[in-house]
Write a protein that binds this ligand. Structure first.
Ligand code: BGC
Length: 273
């Protein structure tokens, strides 16, 4: 595991073993203290995502959560979006005005803390690889989160390829997440069998494209994995539920404050924010 950051923008003493992680989703914004040695979240709080979910509105909710949680020091925050060097490039489940926004600066200003912002599924994947179902897995591992959308995080030899967007692969002429996310199950009132059939078809496409040896399935619906994971029989890869369930994003967000768990791509050759 990476070494926790010791930096602070407040001047107060920072507990480097426990930092705040915030996970911004399409329906809720969750925060907790995270023990970086064990990946354990404590004092979890959730507030509904504001509508419209503009940068200022979301940053204000994040500031409320951070104030309630109280720890001094830097914070890590996820967004359901492509985030390169702190700047947002896409907005499938948050207000479009996020696109082009330097999220780390906006949330940093609202909270008065140094803030690192990363993609939600990347954060969840890093947490699972470090503390959960992916520990010790050196082959190609794909973490998929099923929620408002479908998020993805791809690893090989334990290293993340950031900002993959495999929830937007086209299936039967539609964006995969509009057919197989948790929200699609609710929206179309699909039975477990019918929805699992859609997820299985989606995973077959994924397998044809990148042949992962392990697929970790997360998001809120991973709590009921016994109802659908055993039905995913059409692929060769092993499929396991996320060990951190829906807290993986919060844990990965806190880990991102250390800077090297979810890479900051801002300085990479060929990228621009
Ligand atoms: C977004 C991803 C995000 C995923 C899960 C997708 O619609 O494009 O960036 O990781 O939803 O929230």
């Amino acid at each position: 595991m990476s070494t926790p950051s010791t930096g602070t923008s407040t001047g107060a003493a920072v507990n480097t073993r426990s930092l705040i992680g915030i996970d911004v989703g399409g329906s809720g914004i969750k925060g907790a203290h995270v023990d970086l040695a064990t990946g354990t979240p404590t004092g979890r709080i959730r507030i509904l995502t504001p509508d419209p979910s503009t940068p200022d509105a979301v940053a204000a909710v994040v500031a409320t959560l951070v104030e309630e949680l109280g720890d001094p020091g830097p914070i890590g925050c996820t967004l359901p979006a492509v985030v390169v060097g702190g700047t947002v490039r896409t907005a499938a489940h948050i207000d479009e005005s996020w696109i082009g926004t330097h999220a780390a600066a906006v949330i940093g200003r609202a909270t008065g803390r140094h803030c690192t912002v990363v993609n939600d599924a990347d954060a969840a994947g890093v947490a699972e690889m470090t503390f959960g179902a992916g520990v010790g897995q050196k082959g190609t591992v794909l973490m998929l989160t099923f929620g408002t959308g479908i998020g993805s995080a791809l690893f090989t030899r334990g290293l993340l390829v950031p900002n993959t967007e495999f929830g937007h692969i086209e299936i039967r002429g539609h964006d995969a997440e509009t057919r197989a996310s948790e929200r699609a199950k609710e929206l179309h009132d699909l039975s477990w069998g019918k929805w699992a059939g859609r997820v299985d078809e989606y995973l077959q496409h994924i397998e044809a494209l990148m042949s992962p040896h392990l697929i970790i399935v997360g998001g809120g619906i991973s709590k009921q994995s016994d109802k659908w994971v055993p039905r995913l029989t059409g692929i060769r890869a092993r499929v396991v539920p996320a060990a951190l369930l829906n807290d993986a994003g919060i844990v990965g967000a806190a880990m991102a404050t250390s800077g090297d768990s979810v890479p900051d791509t801002s300085g990479a050759t060929g990228t621009s924010s």
